[in-house]
Design a binder for this molecule. Sequence first.
Ligand SMILES: CC(C)(COP(=O)(O)OP(=O)(O)OC[C@H]1O[C@@H](n2cnc3c(N)ncnc32)[C@H](O)[C@@H]1OP(=O)(O)O)[C@@H](O)C(=O)NCCC(=O)NCCS
Length: 173
Amino acid sequence: MTAPTGSENTVLCALVKSDLQSAAQLHSRCFADGWSSETLKKSFDIVGTLGIGACQCWEGERCEGRTGQRTLSGLAIVRAIGDQADLLTICVDPDYRGKGIGRRLLAASEEAAHRLGAAIIFLEVAENNERATCLYRQAGYIIAGRRLNYYTDPTYGATAVVMKKTLAGKDTE
Ligand SMILES: CC(C)(COP(=O)(O)OP(=O)(O)OC[C@H]1O[C@@H](n2cnc3c(N)ncnc32)[C@H](O)[C@@H]1OP(=O)(O)O)[C@@H](O)C(=O)NCCC(=O)NCCS
């Protein structure tokens, strides 16, 4: 990345192949069991899967369409199959949290899922993940169920809460 010369902006961009390494590094900073670039690549190989990155760009720089490694402060991956979508993962670099990036990534994931034909989106969140649960509730998600003994990683409580949100303009019945 070129040396910063101006003010920094966060721009949402579609994740591309050249982002895989940065995405894996970011994911590992955010989760104890972060995904490798290979795992990320495999998830993108499944039809209906889209990645959105929060790219840190400097004034005058074109972030979208740039080749090579970009600096990612956050990412979200969403998969839409038929009229249902799943938010597979969402995370923001600890240094960039609390600036509204998570909210923007979530909204962009919902828009992407909607564009792909989904009428409803689901996600799973550890019961004790207060930050993420707060983000989802504020965005209009409601609890759809609970999965006991879902997580094996000791960082998280074992129980996953399944949350769902109806996407605007779509019929979920
Ligand atoms: C969850 C996460 C993505 C939020 O990203 P973020 O960029 O910090 O979130 P935002 O700044 O957009 O904040 C959006 C909302 O999240 C909630 N939130 C953010 N920081 C919070 C905190 N410290 N405590 C409680 N809620 C918090 C609030 O509801 C906030 O809305 P508000 O600012 O109007 O109060 C981020 O904390 C993260 O990456 N966590 C680790 C990975 C993770 O747990 N991912 C979710 C797995 S299901």
